[in-house]
Design a protein around this ligand. Structure first.
Ligand SMILES: C[S@@+](CC[C@H](N)C(=O)[O-])C[C@H]1O[C@@H](n2cnc3c(N)ncnc32)[C@H](O)[C@@H]1O
Ligand code: SF4
Length: 363
């Protein structure tokens, strides 16, 4: 039976961070999220779309937005509905904002079946948090992890690299002291229509230059390996076998159903695959506006599966890539050959776009 994942998007945020262009709905200090209306809409979406998806459910992932803002009883209800439909998942992850990681909430999440927390610490530098427009303060990230460690034994932390004045190595070392077994490190991207884009354009924000970022990633990797982490995917480090089951479904080309505002879904078909994307606006989603569906031809899907697999150190079987292209990737030290497989090198992780571009040229 094929493996399956479910993604649930929880759209609310207290404010929009200066770098973020995700599908969110800002809920100001004087209003509260429509907890139950949103739950009802998700329940009806699940009911209408679940029939097209099947397989052995590995993972449920609550992403956002800020899932930690949602009433725990609503999370529990949708987990119950998903479990009734697809069976129990091995991994249930909730993305949490550091300020929400209070003992009370942590206890409730654990009781309702969440078994993995992904905490959006971003950095432990005060200046960087201000520049990023985050609502938490220096120290909140560490406190959140310390609190969470009393309830969870599978904690991941997100960090952002490329913010002037912040040292991801320092944040990494500080957080790795706690019970963190997974760290995701994302390079700061300046997205259109964000506060940071305006600041870059008017010269008041200068992201860290590309060559400095490469040096920093090299340093982080050294520190991570010294702490017993494995660099298993471009942006992901894990120890004690705590790789993200959910993200591995994406990289391994497994089917996933995404429900909620702006959520994406993917399933393989005999002709290739279908990718579906929900409306990104809250109003449209709540009104049940049509989902955007794109058919991916068989050939294109095979190429997607190859470059996705080469994001991770699992690599691909050598016979999946024509020798001419494999040799080019090996000569350029982007992949290495071991036994009957091709595996990305560290350089291949850094310049994965070159691997993807080369694979895109396949007939
Ligand atoms: C899906 S987001 C939302 C999670 C949660 N709301 C939070 O912010 O912690 C997951 C991660 O993407 C990363 N991210 C979002 N926008 C980014 C950007 N423009 N550049 C780099 N990383 C970004 C952040 O590290 C964030 O934790
Ligand atoms: S909390 Fe996360 S999803 Fe919300 S605005 Fe900030 S980065 Fe974006």
């Amino acid at each position: 039976m094929n493996q399956l994942g479910i993604y649930v998007h929880v759209p609310w945020c207290r404010s929009r961070c200066h770098y973020c262009d995700f599908a969110i709905k800002v809920v100001g200090p004087n209003s509260s999220p429509e907890h139950h209306e949103y739950l009802k809409r998700l329940q009806s979406e699940l009911l209408s779309r679940a029939g097209a998806y099947s397989g052995s459910l590995q993972s449920i992932y609550f992403g956002g937005g800020t899932p930690s803002l949602w009433e725990p009883s609503c999370i529990e209800t949708i987990v119950g509905d998903i479990t009734t439909k697809f069976g129990a998942a091995t991994e249930i992850t909730l993305e949490a904002n550091p300020t929400d990681c209070t003992p009370e909430k942590l206890r409730q999440w654990k009781a309702l079946g969440i078994n993995r927390l992904s905490i959006g610490a971003q950095t432990t530098s005060k200046t960087a948090l201000t520049q990023l427009g985050r609502d938490h303060k220096m120290g909140d990230g560490k406190q959140a992890v310390a609190n969470a460690a009393k309830y969870f034994d599978n904690i991941s932390v997100d960090l952002i690299l490329g913010v002037p004045g912040s040292s991801v190595e320092k944040s990494f070392e500080e957080l790795a002291e706690y019970s963190v077994d997974h760290i995701s490190i994302y390079e700061l991207t300046i997205e259109p229509n964000t506060v940071l884009k305006t600041r870059v354009d008017n010269g008041t924000f200068h992201p860290v230059a590309e060559n400095m970022r490469v040096e920093e990633i090299e340093q982080i990797r050294r520190i991570a390996l010294a702490h017993g982490f494995e660099h298993y995917e471009i942006s992901s480090f894990a120890k004690n076998n705590k790789r993200s089951l959910h993200n591995q479904l994406y990289w391994n080309g497994k089917d996933y159903l995404g429900i909620g505002m702006g959520a994406a879904s993917y399933r393989q078909t005999k002709n290739g695959a279908i990718r579906e994307t929900n409306p990104r606006s809250y109003k449209s989603y709540m009104r049940n506006a049509p989902i955007d569906a794109e058919e991916i031809p068989w050939n294109e899907n095979q190429k997607d599966l190859l470059w996705l697999a080469l994001r991770t150190n699992h690599g691909v079987k050598t016979d999946k890539i024509p020798a001419e292209i494999a040799n080019w990737l090996i000569d350029d030290n982007l992949v290495e050959q071991r036994d009957d497989g091709l595996y990305p090198t560290f350089r291949g992780f850094l310049f994965h776009n070159q691997i993807a571009a080369r694979i895109a040229e396949l007939d």
